[in-house]
Design a binder for this molecule. Structure first.
Ligand SMILES: Cc1cc2nc3c(=O)[nH]c(=O)nc-3n(C[C@H](O)[C@H](O)[C@H](O)COP(=O)(O)OP(=O)(O)OC[C@H]3O[C@@H](n4cnc5c(N)ncnc54)[C@H](O)[C@@H]3O)c2cc1C
Length: 426
């Protein structure tokens, strides 16, 4: 039975939970997950901490030692970018901030006791909790997919793929098959095709009838052109049956095909990470936590969930395509996508609401603002669509790189990367 949570609206001291901060004392804020939601929330809290009426103590729990700027992971395969640029160490990013890093796994959240159990370290008690654990790979149901295919979600995955490509360096012919024609599959197919050149044959297989299903048509068209220019073979409406050491088997147009490949990549989707603990909040059929418009957990005003794990509200479109106002009632009909763009916007919004709670001010609903879509379509090339414009080719590549540079964490890291791009020694 959950205890009554600490809420800013409550003026009855008896309504505060047992570990609610004593007036004037330091407020403990615990953030689980240092990805786009959690890290950007921590940095924003640090920046705004002077505005807090009470001293705050921020702890970020994250098992990795490096932040992964996932949209730019593909650039490692073509050596357009180096690991330090897109995966800076947390210690470096948080060096001059008031954010305390606990490099550990959160294992259990006790909402009633306001306590998080860690895998290795001492448990953490909190006054305010921010949960942003992101997504994980959908449990693979296809025989052999776990053993014989590589994932591509993290810096570690990119390094593993790099090692496989290096092993095949001397091969006159390299076959790569990519399962899944979503953004990851398409971006990987284009980059690997450019990396391997004439030695490579890249095949893309998907069970659906179109590539990039949830993307606007002009992005789909640009991607189809990029794949065809590189000679990537695309099989749609193909039912993947099995993966083994020799490649991928799939049903296509009533027949069974076997695509011989040295490398099989698995990009067929992710699911939100599950809640850690017994008091599992209400969730959607996709597994995202239901949150209030302010991204607070219903019944626990001192707990915020954001990023891929949360069903965050987004404006809908009416029949004429105009933007409708965001609903104030959850569960929301229109939800923000599970993207870095959405998590990156939610981080500072949650930071601002946590500080509003501490200061007893009213909280603001989160407003997701879709700024457009960007995909890399080979070495130096991209498609960037937004605000009614669509740029492709090299100009698209430059625009995408610039847009992502602006979103790299911390001014110090951005400056270091910019100096490197301009040819200055770091
Ligand atoms: C290869 C790839 C390319 C992508 N490209 C794009 C793109 O071009 N544009 C775009 O908008 N989105 C893109 N995405 C999606 C984007 O990365 C996610 O939507 C975004 O990272 C979600 O942010 P988040 O904060 O919810 O989760 P994440 O950024 O995934 O962060 C979650 C963090 O939680 C940590 N964690 C996990 N479990 C625990 C635990 N038990 N305890 C503590 N910490 C834990 C993880 O280590 C991770 O650092 C891409 C994703 C991938 C994999």
């Amino acid at each position: 039975m959950p205890l009554k949570p600490f809420t800013a609206a409550s003026d009855d001291p008896a309504a505060l939970s047992p570990s609610a901060p004593s007036p004037g004392g330091t407020v403990k804020i615990c953030i689980l997950g240092g990805g786009f939601g959690g890290l950007y929330c921590a940095l924003s809290l640090h920046q705004r901490s002077r505005r807090s009426p009470r001293p705050i103590h921020i702890t970020l729990v994250e098992p990795r030692d490096r932040f992964n700027f996932t949209p730019l992971l593909y650039e490692l395969l073509t050596q357009e970018l180096a690991p330090w640029e897109i995966a800076p160490a947390y210690r470096e990013l948080l060096k001059h901030t008031a954010v305390n890093l606990r490099q550990d796994w959160a294992e259990h959240i006790d909402l009633a006791q306001q306590c998080v159990t860690l895998r290795h370290g001492e448990p953490l008690t909190y006054d305010y909790l921010v949960v942003a654990l992101g997504s994980q790979m959908r449990p693979p149901a296809t025989p052999g997919s776990q053993t014989h295919s590589l994932p591509f979600n993290t810096l570690q995955d990119a390094e593993q793929l790099e090692r496989r490509l290096n092993d095949l360096e001397q091969s006159p012919h390299v076959g790569v098959v990519v399962a899944g024609a979503g953004p990851s599959g398409v971006e990987l197919a284009c980059k690997l095709s450019d990396r391997l050149g004439r030695r490579g044959q890249v095949t893309l297989v998907d069970r659906r009838g179109e590539i990039l299903r949830s993307y606007p048509q002009r992005i789909q068209r640009a991607a189809a052109r990029a794949l065809s220019k590189r000679g990537v073979e695309v099989y749609l409406n193909a039912a993947i049956e099995a993966v083994d050491a020799s490649g991928l088997t799939f049903g296509y147009e009533g027949q069974t095909h076997h695509c011989q490949a040295d490398i099989a990549l698995w990009t067929v989707g992710t699911v939100p990470r599950p809640w850690l603990g017994h008091d599992v909040p209400n969730s959607t059929s996709f597994g995202q936590c239901q949150v209030k418009p302010t991204l607070q957990l219903p019944d626990y005003d001192n707990v915020f969930v954001l990023g891929d794990m949360a069903a965050m509200p987004a404006p809908g479109r009416d029949s004429k395509g105009s933007q409708e106002p965001i609903q104030n009632e959850y569960p929301f009909q229109n939800r923000a996508p599970t993207t870095a763009q959405a998590a990156y916007q939610a981080g500072p919004a949650v930071a601002s609401n946590v500080l509003a709670l501490i200061a007893n001010r009213s909280l603001k609903p989160f407003r997701y603002n879709h700024l457009g879509d960007m995909l890399t379509l080979g070495q130096g090339e991209a498609v960037v669509c937004g605000f009614g414009l669509c740029i492709t080719g090299r100009l698209g590549g430059l625009s995408r790189r610039w847009a992502y540079w602006l979103r790299l964490p911390t001014p110090a890291h951005r400056w270091r990367v910019l100096k490197h791009w301009l040819g200055f020694r770091n």
